[in-house]
Design a protein around this ligand. Structure first.
Ligand SMILES: NC(=O)c1ccc[n+]([C@@H]2O[C@H](COP(=O)([O-])OP(=O)(O)OC[C@H]3O[C@@H](n4cnc5c(N)ncnc54)[C@H](O)[C@@H]3O)[C@@H](O)[C@H]2O)c1
Length: 258
C-alpha cells in the first residue's frame, strides 16, 4: 500500500490495545506509518515483543507496553508509562483488544461471560477513563471502539456472549461521545465484518471457511489493513465532524440484513 506523504498522525501519541497481532497490529503499523508515536498495548508480552521489534526495525516509532485492559490498575500504570515514554499526552485511543470464546448457550460458563465482558466492555471504560485527562491536556482527541457486525447480525449460533458484548460497545460509544464532547474528544465505533485474522479463521474448518469466503460480496474476507485504514480515518482530523457514530466495514456482507 502506498501511503507516502499521508502523515495525519505526525507527532501524535496513539494507543492501540490488543496490538500484538491481527487487526491491532495492522492499526499500530498504519498509525505509525502516518507519523504517529504508537503505544502498542497487549496482555501477551510474549507476542507483543517480536511484533513491536519488527515494526521498530522498519523505522516505525512503536513501543510496547504490557497491559491487561480488564484491570484498572494495569491500565492506569500503562497509560502513565506511555505518557512518560513519549513525553506527550495521548491523542488517539483505539480499543481493539478482545477475549472471545464461542459456543452454544448450554455450554456458556461464568468464566466466558466474565472474561468477555471484562476485556470487551469494562476494559473500554478503564482505558477511556485513563486517557481522558491526557486528551484534555492537549485540547482534545479521538477514540475508536471496536464492535462487530455480530452485534446486530450474528453469523451463526454460538455468539451470544460475544454479540452481547459487541452490542454493549455501541451504547458505550454513544454515551461516551455525549459526555466527552465538551472536552473535544470524538468517540466512534468501527464495525468490522469477517476479517481473515488467525483467530477468526480458527473458528471454522477449512471447507466452511472457503464457502464463507466465496459467499462474501467482494469474494474475500476483509484484511486487517482494510480495517486499519478505516480506523485511521476515524482517528484523524479528516473525520473531525464524525462523532458518536458507527462505521461498518464489512464489504457489504450485512447489506439488506436489517
Ligand atoms: N477478526 C474478525 O473477523 C473480526 C470481526 C469483527 C470484529 N472484530 C474485532 O476486531 C478486534 C481485533 O480482532 P482480531 O481478530 O485481530 O483479534 P485477535 O484475537 O487476533 O487479537 C486480539 C488481541 O487482544 C489481546 N488481548 C486479549 N485480552 C487482552 C487484555 N485483557 N488486555 C490487553 N490485550 C488483550 C490478545 O492478546 C490479542 O493480541 C476485536 O475487537 C474483534 O472483536 C474482529
Amino acid at each position: 500500500m502506498n501511503i507516502q506523504g499521508c502523515r495525519r498522525f505526525e507527532g501524535t501519541v496513539c494507543v492501540v490495545t490488543g496490538a500484538a497481532r491481527g487487526i491491532g497490529e495492522a492499526i499500530a503499523e498504519r498509525l505509525a506509518m502516518e507519523g504517529g508515536k504508537v503505544a502498542a498495548l497487549d496482555v501477551s508480552e510474549r507476542r507483543l515483543t517480536p511484533t513491536v521489534e519488527a515494526m521498530r526495525a522498519r523505522g516505525l516509532d512503536v513501543r510496547g507496553f504490557a497491559c491487561d485492559v480488564s484491570s484498572r490498575p494495569s491500565v492506569q500504570a500503562a497509560m502513565a508509562a506511555v505518557r512518560k515514554a513519549f513525553g506527550a499526552p495521548v491523542g488517539v485511543l483505539v480499543n481493539n483488544a478482545v477475549w472471545a470464546r464461542f459456543g452454544p448457550l448450554e455450554g456458556i460458563d461464568e468464566e466466558t461471560v466474565d472474561r468477555t465482558l471484562a476485556v470487551g466492555l469494562k476494559g473500554l471504560i478503564w482505558t477511556t477513563q485513563a486517557v481522558v485527562p491526557q486528551m484534555r491536556e492537549r485540547g482534545g482527541g479521538a477514540i475508536v471502539n471496536f464492535s462487530s457486525t455480530a452485534a446486530r447480525h450474528p453469523a451463526g449460533s454460538g455468539a451470544i456472549v460475544y454479540s452481547a458484548m459487541k452490542a454493549g460497545v455501541l451504547g458505550l460509544t454513544r454515551a461516551s461521545a455525549v459526555e466527552l464532547s465538551a472536552d473535544r474528544i470524538r468517540v466512534n465505533t468501527i464495525v468490522p465484518g469477517m476479517v481473515g485474522t488467525a483467530s477468526s479463521k480458527a473458528q471454522y474448518d477449512e471447507a466452511t471457511l472457503a464457502a464463507r469466503e466465496a459467499a462474501m460480496p467482494l469474494g474475500r474476507f476483509g484484511d486487517p489493513a482494510d480495517i486499519a485504514g478505516a480506523v485511521a480515518f476515524l482517528a484523524s482530523d479528516d473525520a473531525c465532524y464524525v462523532h458518536g457514530t458507527e462505521l461498518v466495514v464489512d464489504g457489504a456482507w450485512t447489506v439488506g440484513k436489517d
